[in-house]
Design a protein around this ligand. Sequence first.
Ligand SMILES: O=C(O)CCC(=O)C(=O)O
Ligand SMILES: [Fe+2]
Length: 206
Amino acid sequence: MTPYLRQADFLPPHDHAALLDWTMANLSRFSPAGLAGNIVDPAVRRALTLRDLGPHHDLLEGHVRAAVPDWIAALRVTPFAISEVELELAAHNDGAHFLFHSDTYTRDQPARGDRMLSAVYYFHQEPQGFSGGCLRLHRIGASPGDAGIDVPPAQNSLVVFPSWAPHEVLRVDCPSGDLVDSRFAVNCWVYRAREIERSGTAAVQP
Ligand SMILES: O=C(O)CCC(=O)C(=O)O
Ligand SMILES: [Fe+2]
């Protein structure tokens, strides 16, 4: 099975509450989530995203960077130097889902590096206005429809797994249809520089 980690109570209560408040105040800025190449296909991925976390960006990035060495050790991922951390805020409302996929780019896709670790931080309003929306993690080499491990999007929790592991977001039911009742998450992708960039840099060094 794919190795993964779960961390309960990831953010201190004050930071969790502040992120939730900021998200609620910025709901009108969310737009339909894209796939690679920014194609929007709700049959594959139905969610709203926002590529801005305001003052919470640096705080979350700091938490992630500090935790990466432990994650690498616990997940037995080949050690790498972080080149970048990419963050995205996502809201899954009624009927939202993300079909079977992995988060890595193929070698021929233009990318600023390779995604190595995917971490997803979950939060939502209380009382919880949605059900479903588990993250289903699959083993490497699995096919759509195979059994996996279902991780519930628990309040203030984080899940981490290697970015190449297949996974999906199971359908969310949100009877009110109100955006405030969504399943909220921050997607965090930890990058390492691409080999080609590293050797390119080496070549111009004396
Ligand atoms: O929200 C989740 O649990 C995972 C989202 C995801 O897989 C993605 O955005 O690539
Ligand atoms: Fe994903």
